[in-house]
Design a protein around this ligand. Structure first.
Ligand code: GLA
Length: 755
């Protein structure tokens, strides 16, 4: 509970040193090993989310067994001398499918997620009751390890509805009884929903200016205990971008500073683990699905190995043991290789479709009671003597279009691809649209993320200068559920070595067996594969995708058999070569993308000569949000921010976030924004591209490349024309504000800038 300026445990001041771990992301046989690794670091608490959608796969069907045995995980923590901070949602974010919310909520079309919606709250109540039945008896009051329970998660980044947050608090309080409750948020928005009777904690990343992060809280509640409830050790990876890392030195310095000031923390993640199967989520604006590995560049690697970060942190924490002895580091789990093996059988998808169902209109997969996997929409085309244009406005998430069984092209939601040219074809030609669902968006307003095709499909035909558009109807729909049983029952046929490596790419399920003499952790290599999902001995290992950066999947030794093992890969594209092998090290940083990550073509230079700025001036030095008012609103769709120099006198421009304010003083939605131009972006190491300005994350930022001189400029297409009255800017979070802009010019135009 909260005492004066500190937490109290059994009446004594207590500094929380928490390690964030997520039990569903760790194979159950390894739970205790990971808990012991955290204990040996010098931590005293495990902080964990409860993932609603993992526990309630269907309404009213609850699962707290095996990997989902939350109570067992809590007991293991207690056995190893660790307290617990429980974060039972209902929403958790965590780069997990739909932020932990069950997909079946979407079957109620008008549902308002994370709001005061009666159905949503009714389901939350039922779920929290089940969770409490498992672990409410394990709070400290009952002699158990649970010291605090969190209410909702970073609600300030979603909405401003205190009555909703209060209802979640009441539900949690009702079911968990007498336990300390708290809320976590960002320092920039925690006041929006902070409830008077709950403890407030702050989330921020390594490198952030810690005093500044707590300044507002200290002002409002001078006696509050201080806690960084998520101190981000690293960051998550998304498909098609570089692997993320964060310097160990920043993490160590932050933890040292917090502990020297008696500030509690939870290190998110101390061990990230793996998004097994289809559980990885996605981010928005746009659509940015996360990879399978949740390594997070955390001190304990995805597979439970200690890293240099681990040992440095352990050294630092040895100075803050408060009289306790630091536990011994448990021995490392063995790692092995698996000799290269070939896949010997294939079940081509188009020969193995389940029974279809007729549907006049096109519907998302949730309408067919399908939560995960792929869905195939089939129809026959009219006579098309000329090529036509197919528009699928909302294909969620990766669509491949086939005409009479031949691949015509793909529509990748990540890239905003919506149109394809179809060749001329005869009446009755078969159009197949195979759509693979990736994880549902887990952050921001876009979490109501339906899968499959969620809007109409149109065909535009040019008829002698006149474009004729028709809405395609009369579909046959095939639901391809992502389950081991669904793949296993397919009709396999032998895959000859020649066929497996002949350059043909066939969507389907591929099967192999491989032998293991001594089961041990290894990383299966999928560099020669397309895109899909992998199962070993019935365990879902996760998604693969040739674009990277992740090219291997972690295969834990505890899920292997001594002797023969079975592997199934459902590849929606088809492999280039159907083989694999187990490596000792993961490949997490091998990007294979055709499109450059930059927002500038090689021959482009922004030409601002002849343009009149709508505002010129200087930003103040230091951290925190700043606003530039334009005097009277200006009208435009394209916004250019030009940085003429930096407060630190260096040549870089860095910027964490940017908002545009309309004539009513409201922030514009950044959902439709795209970057039209950025003169320089640091994407060789890390992901510092200009779209970080509106990725909803205050801890990520746009950075120009060191050595590229001022001025720097970014141009954003706001998606539509608006009346704009102001701009809000957030520099980087570090106390020395690297690349913080000093003098600026802002331009707004209705037409694109010359570039
Ligand atoms: C926020 C959320 C977490 C996680 C991190 C980023 O802090 O609360 O669940 O998504 O961001 O990894």
């Amino acid at each position: 509970m909260a005492g004066k300026g500190t937490f109290l445990l059994n009446g004594q001041p207590f500094v929380v040193k928490a390690a964030e771990l997520h039990y569903p992301r760790i194979p159950k046989p390894y739970w205790e090993h990971r808990i012991q690794l955290c204990k040996a670091l010098g931590m005293n608490t495990i902080c964990l989310y409860v993932f609603w959608n993992a526990h309630e796969p269907q309404p009213g069907v609850y699962d707290f067994t095996g990997q989902n045995d939350l109570a067992e995980f809590c007991r293991l923590c207690q056995k190893n001398g660790m307290y617990i901070i429980l974060r039972p949602g209902p929403y958790v974010c965590a780069e997990w499918e739909m932020g932990g919310l069950p997909w079946w909520l979407l079957k109620k079309k008008d549902i308002r997620l994370r709001e005061d919606d009666p159905y949503f709250l009714e389901r939350v109540d039922l779920f929290e009751k089940e969770v409490a039945q498992q672990v409410a008896g394990l709070t400290v009051r009952h002699g158990g390890p649970i010291i605090m329970v969190q209410v909702e998660n970073e609600y300030g980044s979603y909405g401003e509805i205190k009555p909703y947050v209060a209802k979640v608090r009441d539900i949690v309080r009702q079911h968990f009884g007498d336990v300390t409750l708290f809320q976590c948020d960002w320092s920039s928005n925690f006041t929006k929903n902070g409830l008077d009777d709950l403890i407030w904690t702050m989330n921020f990343g390594t490198g952030a200016n810690i005093d500044q992060q707590f300044a507002r809280l200290k002002e409002l509640r001078p006696d509050s205990p201080l806690m960084c409830s998520e101190f981000w050790s690293g960051w998550f990876d998304k498909w098609g971008a570089n692997h993320e890392t964060r310097p160990a030195a920043d993490m160590i310095a932050g933890i040292d500073e917090m502990l020297s000031k008696g500030i509690s923390f939870s290190l998110y993640m101390t061990h990230g683990g793996t998004n097994w199967g289809h559980w990885a989520g996605a981010n928005s604006p746009g659509f940015a699905p996360d990879v399978t590995s949740y390594d997070y560049d955390a001190p304990i690697s995805e597979s439970g190995q200690t890293t240099p970060k681990y040992w440095e942190l352990r050294k630092t924490l040895s100075r803050y043991m408060y009289g306790e002895k630091q536990a011994k580091v448990p021995s490392a789990l063995p790692v092995t290789t698996v000799p290269a093996f070939r896949f010997t059988e294939v079940a081509p998808l188009f020969d193995n479709l389940p029974e279809g169902r007729k549907s006049r209109d096109i519907h998302p997969m949730e309408d067919y009671d399908q939560g995960f996997g792929s869905i195939l929409y089939r129809t026959s085309l009219p006579d098309l003597p000329q090529p036509s244009v197919l528009t699928v406005k909302e294909a969620h998430d990766y669509a491949q279009v086939f005409l009479d069984g031949q691949l015509v092209g793909k529509l990748d939601r990540r890239n905003g691809e919506k149109q394809l040219r179809l060749p001329a074809c005869r009446k009755g030609a078969r159009l197949d649209i195979l759509v693979e669902a990736m994880g549902r968006i887990n952050f921001g307003r876009a979490i109501k993320d339906y899968k499959g095709i969620t809007d109409k499909v149109e065909l535009a035909v040019d008829n002698g200068g006149h474009t004729f558009v028709c809405d395609l109807k009369n579909w046959e729909v095939f639901n391809l559920h992502d389950t081991y049983d669904f793949y296993r029952q397919m009709q396999f046929r032998p895959l000859t070595t020649a066929a497996a490596a002949d350059g043909q790419r066939t969507p389907g399920v591929y099967r192999a067996t491989f032998r293991v003499n001594r089961p041990a952790d290894t990383f299966l290599n999928f560099e020669t594969w397309g895109k899909g999902l992998v199962y070993v001995n019935g365990h879902a290992l996760g998604r693969i995708w040739e674009i990277g950066p992740q090219q291997t999947l972690y295969m834990p030794g505890c899920w292997q058999n001594k002797g023969e093992n079975e592997i199934l890969v459902f590849d929606v594209v088809g492999p280039k070569d159907a083989r694999s092998e187990g490596l000792r090290q993961p490949l997490l940083d091998q990007l294979q993308v055709q499109r450059p990550l930059l927002h500038r073509e090689a021959d482009e230079t922004l030409d601002l000569s002849g343009e009149q700025p709508v505002s010129t001036g200087s930003f103040a030095p230091g951290n925190g949000w700043q606003e530039v008012q334009f005097g009277s609103p200006v009208t435009g769709r394209y916004l250019c921010l030009e940085a003429l120099n930096a407060h630190d006198g260096q040549d870089r421009t860095c910027m964490a976030e940017l908002y545009v304010i309309d004539e009513f003083g409201e922030r514009l939605s950044r959902e439709p924004w795209t970057v039209k131009y950025a003169d320089s972006e640091e994407v060789k190491q890390g992901n510092r591209s200009a779209d970080k300005l509106f990725d909803l994350q205050e801890s990520t930022y746009w950075s120009t490349v060191k050595g590229t001189p001022h001025p720097h400029a970014v141009v954003i297409d706001l998606g539509d024309t608006y009346h704009i009255s102001a701009l809000q800017y957030l520099p980087r979070m570090e106390s020395h504000v690297p690349g913080g802009i000093k003098d600026y010019r802002i331009y707004v135009k209705e037409t694109p800038f010359k570039q």
